[in-house]
Design a protein around this ligand. Structure first.
Ligand SMILES: Nc1ncnc2c1ncn2[C@@H]1O[C@H](COP(=O)(O)OP(=O)(O)OP(=O)(O)O)[C@@H](O)[C@H]1O
Length: 293
């Protein structure tokens, strides 16, 4: 698949602080690319350099052959984390206001359908729920029919249902052959949406690849959980199992064998929970801390 953005040896320092430290990666057309990392990892700095909002100290960003600094504004759309919306305007009026800034725009009907705005189109911006506001911000990012859309933590603060609805919209947009670049604090979001991820910490890339490839590379075990009161301390110590709150975490390379061991040890299997490693586990393994602390 064709590379649309290539980031080459990018470095950004703020005085003594090295926010981004010599990173390189490529983003392919039609992919959803995720930039993950704990607070202060350098994600926002990286995405803002890609968007052309700030300039790098060293290195460059290439857009389909165009160097960063050239006017690429007609090709990209940006959904910022905090965008002030004009009070007293309806959603429809807001779309019209923003559309007036561009020569080329996506047909309003299509935009309304793509971002599911119909039910609150004539409502004042101030009366929107968190999820509706994010859908409007997404529509504004798409208004110039960009081929690349940047989303900085698009679902932070939304309830689970609103997040799931928003993911579906992003999947539909991806289906229109647009390239998505997003930062997120939610591993399930990255797992649902991203074809490729880059994990950053302290300004550097510590891992990159498809979620499936990275999970396969770092984990060949399955996690089994049981209520602690059902497992004797002697058994926990003997097998070096971990205590997580009131549960015992058993790491197993062979679930059948582990279950046979538990049954032979007369451990009750009530409340047993089995789970494969997910991106949360990967993140913890790579950075030593979970993403949301
Ligand atoms: N304008 C600035 N001046 C000085 N230091 C900055 C500036 N912007 C960012 N930094 C520092 O650069 C580092 C990377 O910050 P950045 O915002 O890129 O991280 P992040 O991964 O986006 O974090 P978060 O998830 O909290 O948004 C941090 O140490 C931050 O304090």
């Amino acid at each position: 698949m064709q590379v649309v953005i290539s980031v080459e040896q990018l470095t950004k320092s703020y005085g003594e602080v090295l926010a981004v430290d010599n990173i390189s990666f490529a983003i392919r057309r039609g992919h959803c690319f995720g930039l993950l990392g704990p607070n202060g990892a350098g994600k926002t700095t990286t995405i803002e350099i890609m968007e052309g909002i700030i300039s790098p100290t060293r290195g460059q960003v290439n857009y389909q052959g165009l160097l960063n600094g050239r006017d690429i504004s007609h090709q990209i759309g940006i959904q910022f984390q905090h965008t002030a919306l004009q009070d007293y305007l309806t959603v429809k009026e807001t779309l019209e206001l923003f559309a007036a800034f561009y020569r080329q725009t996506l047909a309003q009907e299509h935009l309304i359908e793509l971002c599911d705005l119909k039910e609150f189109l004539h409502r004042d911006n101030r009366s929107l729920s968190g999820g509706q506001r994010q859908r409007l911000l997404l529509a504004l990012a798409l208004i110039n029919d960009p081929s690349i859309v940047f989303l900085d933590e698009p679902t932070t603060g939304l309830d689970p249902q609103a997040r799931r609805n928003f993911w579906q919209l992003l999947k539909n947009i991806k289906g229109e052959n647009k390239t998505l670049v997003l930062t997120t604090h939610y591993m399930d979001e990255a797992e649902q949406l991203c074809d490729e991820i880059v994990v950053m910490d302290h300004g550097r890339i510590i891992e990159s690849g498809t979620p499936q490839h990275l999970l396969g590379k770092h984990f060949d075990e399955i996690f089994i959980y049981l209520p602690q009161q059902q497992v004797s301390s002697a058994l926990i110590e003997q097998h070096h199992w971990r205590l997580l709150g009131d549960r015992v975490e058993i790491t197993s390379k062979n679930v059948e064998q582990t279950l046979a061991l538990l049954i032979a040890s007369r451990v009750s299997l009530e409340g047993l929970h089995v789970k494969s490693a997910n991106l949360d586990d990967l993140f913890l393994k790579l950075t030593g801390h979970s993403l949301r602390v």
